[in-house]
Design a protein around this ligand. Structure first.
Ligand code: IPM
Ligand code: MG
Length: 364
């Protein structure tokens, strides 16, 4: 997709702080469009809890249709305690999982990059996290999240809950290729994370990743067990370049990796592999701070930078957003989640406005 012609973006703010951070991201998109002369049309749709309340289902057909017709999808976050007791099919999270599956987004890129000025915001010692720049490549449409059979049923007089962890060769091959290709554009190292000492699905995973690796002779590959990886991430995170792993391990390890950066409010993500990409922050809806102008909009705004880069091939625009974020952090502005690093405390809207201002200064 070149820089000419209208780009259509489906916008799903979702629930809780999703709405607040999305509002700031939309202002950034508008500003970039004006500055760089792009025509970007946005259309809002419902998914998650707000869709349940309005339509009775977490992913209305019309939302999936709109996403399929769009060049990219932006998602805030979905979920909240008011829907906790819903049956499995009517949980807000089904909305997000349905989007990932429905759009064929098997590759989830979750970069964790420690801004030098935020090294003090991490709960780890600054010398451990300084310079960390890793990318988690999470398999997103397979594994235990989607395996059949699943469900809760009665067996011999008591209830059993079942999920199935299954990976097919083709699913492992395609996510491994994404990881090796990404490493080729970075520092050339892939760590594949599994639980091959216990799980057969991981033994296959390990074998297939090694096989795919043979086609990438310039990339170094090592395998790591997930429990060890969880430890290594906080003991010596600087050793990692690209981590490739399964759906559930990637979910867990990316939350852990976010703490290296100081806050989960810093982590953007891109989900790719289908016709278009979906971009969302790694964080959730944070019901405890929702509606109070306290949320950090940086992960959402950085997710739009990933959209410009991966869906539109607009590297300069993506870099402008990333530079604006870095400038605001360098100047010492912090949302509440980052205050451990010291600095000037600002709210969601103010953080968004500051980033917009810096775009102004750097734009052409
Ligand atoms: C994430 C979230 C989702 C996941 C939930 C909301 C379904 O935790 O994107 O990491 O588990 O994938
Ligand atoms: Mg998660």
């Amino acid at each position: 997709m070149g820089s000419k012609g209208e780009k259509r973006v489906a916008v799903i703010p979702g629930d809780g702080i999703g709405k607040e951070v999305m509002a700031q991201a939309l202002l950034v998109i508008e500003e970039i469009a004006t500055r760089y002369g792009h025509c970007i049309g946005t259309e809002e749709a419902l998914a998650g809890g707000s869709a349940l309340d309005a339509t009775g289902v977490p992913l209305p057909e019309s939302t999936l249709d709109l996403c399929k017709r769009s060049h990219a999808v932006l998602l805030g976050a979905v979920g909240g305690p008011q829907w906790d007791d819903n049956p499995p099919e009517l949980k807000p999270e089904k909305g997000i999982l349905g989007l990932r599956a429905g759009l064929g987004l098997f590759a989830n890129l979750r970069p964790a990059h420690v801004y030098p000025t935020l090294a003090g915001a991490s709960s780890l010692k600054p010398e451990i996290v300084k310079g960390v720049d890793l990318l988690i490549v999470r398999e997103l449409t397979g594994g235990i999240y989607f395996g059949q059979p699943r469900g809760i049923s009665k067996r011999n007089g008591q209830e059993v809950g079942i999920n199935t962890l299954i990976y097919r060769t083709s699913e492992i091959e395609r996510i491994a290729r994404v990881a090796f290709e990404a490493a080729g554009k970075r520092r050339g190292r892939v760590t594949s994370v599994d639980k091959a000492n216990v799980l057969e699905s991981s033994q296959l995973w390990r074998r297939v990743v090694s096989e795919v690796g043979k086609s990438f002779p310039d990339i170094s590959l090592n395998h790591m067990l997930v429990d060890n990886c969880a430890m290594q991430l906080i003991a010596d995170p600087g050793q990692f370049d690209v981590i490739v792993t399964t759906n559930m391990f990637g979910d867990i390890l990316s939350d852990e990796a976010s703490m290296l950066t100081g806050s989960i409010g810093m982590l953007p993500s891109a989900s790719l592999g289908g016709r278009n990409g979906l971009y969302e922050p790694v964080h959730g809806t944070a019901p405890d701070i929702a509606g109070r102008d306290l949320a950090n909009p940086i992960a959402m705004i950085a997710s739009t930078a990933m959209m410009f880069k991966y869906s539109f091939g607009l590297e300069r625009e993506a870099a402008a957003i990333e530079t604006a974020i870095a400038s605001v952090l360098d100047e010492g502005y912090r949302t509440a989640d980052l205050m451990a690093a010291g600095g000037r405390s600002v709210g969601t809207r103010e953080m968004g406005r500051l980033i917009l201002d810096r775009l102004d200064a750097k734009g052409h």
